[in-house]
Write a protein that binds this ligand. Structure first.
Ligand code: SF4
Length: 356
């Protein structure tokens, strides 16, 4: 079934996925799945470049929501102490450091159900200040209404992160304080404002592979697919309901990345939280499967992250290079594959049309 889909992409028509089609993609032999994902990846992106984002928690803990994986929910005793919204100057100083260390996008996250009016001016000042450093800006503040999204857009916000987390079917067993439909409404408000959408999910929430596939179908079939698709691997946190969740099979994780890459060929697929639990080899496999974005830095909101030194060592071993800011925009896409690559693709499957 994949051949016709590849042809549809090349023809420029957008494919909408059924769950059965996506599941067939996910379930095919691993080597076939990886080859197809890498083939699709090379049509849109330079396979040796990875976008690097830096994430800062601008307001930690004390969140009223009940996301059962989250150390920041006030409903669970995770030992995390809550803090207030931090000062704008501190955010800008941290962003400058991140930029100087090579990050091109700065993501600011607050543990809120949604931003309150009293916080909007401070949040807007953060966006303006980080934008003035020449970085791409991203925020994750919970649910947004249309007016809030438009104000953030006017301040210069490039991306808004709001994950759907899992499939609609599994969603209610993970979160009860807001619905799957609420999530989609925020994504639509963000899209309508002109801010780019960052939305993905978490593996390891007790879901099965069918849920993983259905989550990807929801994302890929949005009126416009998200520009960024973070795929997280749960880091279980003591005190949360998912503290003893079963670990994710690494092969299923790579399959999810590859399936996301094929279904959303123009999106950045981010290897997000959970990299500390992955070997270098598994991360390399994820990059081969089409992941082309990571978070850099020692921490992710409240979780550990490998840190720049480890990442740069891994990049050097794999011959990967950081992507420049805005490099991924469609107009900046790398040229079509070179002749050697075209020939390799033709030899691999003469029926695959190759962009010129
Ligand atoms: S994931 Fe976000 S919304 Fe859910 S509890 Fe944690 S901080 Fe709150």
């Amino acid at each position: 079934m994949l051949q016709s889909d590849l042809t549809a992409e090349v023809a420029g028509s957008r494919k909408l996925w059924t769950a059965d089609e996506a599941r067939a993609l996910f379930d095919q032999p691993f080597m076939d799945l990886l080859f197809q994902a890498q083939t699709v990846h090379r049509r849109t992106f330079d396979p040796n470049r990875v976008q690097m984002s830096r994430l800062l928690s601008i307001k930690t803990g004390g969140c009223p929501e009940d996301c059962s994986y989250c150390s920041q929910s006030s409903r669970y005793d995770s030992g995390l102490s809550a803090s207030k919204l931090i000062e704008v100057e501190r955010v800008i100083a941290e962003a400058r450091r991140a930029r100087d260390a090579g990050a091109t996008r700065y993501c600011m996250g607050a543990a809120w159900r949604s931003p309150k009016e009293r916080d909007m001016a401070q949040v807007i000042a953060m966006v303006e200040g980080v934008k003035a450093l020449g970085m791409e800006t991203c925020m994750t503040l919970g649910m947004l209404d249309g007016d809030q999204a438009q104000r953030l857009k006017r301040a210069g916000l490039d991306y808004y992160n709001h994950n759907i987390d899992t499939s609609e079917a599994h969603y209610a067993s993970v979160i009860t304080t807001r619905t799957f439909a609420d999530r989609l409404e925020t994504l639509q408000n963000v899209r309508d404002s002109g801010i780019k959408v960052c939305s993905g999910g978490i593996l390891g929430l007790g879901e099965g592979n069918q849920d993983r596939v259905e989550m990807l179908v929801t994302l890929a079939n949005l009126p416009e697919p998200p520009e960024s698709v973070p795929i997280n691997m749960l880091i279980p946190v003591e005190g949360t309901p998912l503290a003893d969740a079963a670990p994710v099979d690494p092969i299923d994780f790579v399959r999810t990345i590859a399936t996301a890459r094929i279904m959303m060929p123009e999106s950045h697929v981010r290897l997000s939280a959970g990299r500390t639990g992955m070997s270098d080899e598994m991360q390399a496999m994820c990059f081969f499967a089409g992941a082309n974005s990571i978070f850099v830095g020692d921490t992710l909101l409240t979780k550990d992250n490998p840190g720049e030194d480890l990442d740069m060592r891994l990049f050097a071993r794999l011959g990967l290079k950081p992507m420049a800011a805005h490099e991924h925009h469609p107009e900046d896409r790398p040229a079509a594959p070179g002749e050697a690559q075209r020939e390799a693709l033709r030899r691999a499957d003469p029926a695959i049309p190759v962009l010129r």
